[in-house]
Design a protein around this ligand. Structure first.
Ligand code: URA
Ligand code: SF4
Length: 217
């Protein structure tokens, strides 16, 4: 099946999903949207008020800022794919709970498999934690790390920058690095064995636990 068909199927399932309690309070589930062949995928936290009303990701104030950030980075919204770790709005925008993240993860995994993006931009700590469970956003924001053959770029959540104006310039600068990260991802992951001669008796380093950090920053 082509990516577009798979994504439509996932969206249809999400729209009627009852796998966690978030389905009780939602108005519209928000599966995500964008180009099925996108090279960059943006993953936020969960729908907020406006997203729940419209069934579309990042359409409220944080979405307006995201649009600005994409534009400054020379990216078009229609060329990327945008989704969230939970597809239904947590009431009052509370944090998604571990059981909700776990229940919803299969949809995100299927979206990742269908789109197969070269670069994943995580927006906020919940999506960062999926790929970089031990990272601190204050240390890794705007950097690029190889995880399982993809470049993961953790960003501060755009809503955080709206609430803390001191973060705004940082987020803009971090986003401005995306074109060079995409170019790097197109070149592929450098062969680590050249840099780190591992003893033959040891298994290769697990990229999940030891993401390879780039020296671009
Ligand atoms: N914040 C998010 O994390 N996701 C959205 O879709 C909107 C706001
Ligand atoms: Fe289903 Fe995800 Fe919505 Fe929970 S948040 S009801 S798992 S689509």
């Amino acid at each position: 099946m082509n990516p577009e068909t798979v994504l439509k199927q996932i969206a249809a399932e999400v729209s009627v999903c009852t796998k966690c309690i978030l389905h009780y309070s939602r108005k519209h589930a928000v599966p995500g949207e964008g180009r099925p062949e996108a090279e960059i995928m943006f993953i936020g936290e969960g729908p907020g008020f406006y997203e729940n009303e419209q069934g579309r990701p990042f359409v409220g104030p944080a979405g307006k800022f995201l649009d600005e950030l994409l534009q400054k980075a020379g990216l078009k919204r229609e060329d990327v794919f945008i989704t969230n770790v939970v597809k239904c709005r947590p009431p009052g925008n509370r944090d998604p709970q571990p059981e909700e993240l776990a229940a919803c993860d299969a949809y995100l995994e299927r979206q990742l498999q269908a789109i197969n993006p070269r670069v994943i931009v995580t927006l906020g700590r919940f999506s960062m934690a999926k790929f970089l469970p031990n990272a601190r956003i204050s240390e890794v924001h705007g950097k690029a790390l190889w995880v399982n053959g993809r470049l993961i770029v953790p960003m501060y959540h755009p809503a955080a920058a709206l609430h803390q104006p001191s973060l705004k310039a940082t987020v803009i600068e971090d986003f401005s690095r995306l074109p060079s990260y995409l170019e790097m991802a197109r070149q592929g992951q450098p062969d680590q064995t050249l840099a780190e001669e591992a003893p033959a008796s040891e298994p290769p380093a697990d990229q999940d636990e030891h993401p390879t950090q780039l020296s671009l920053f």
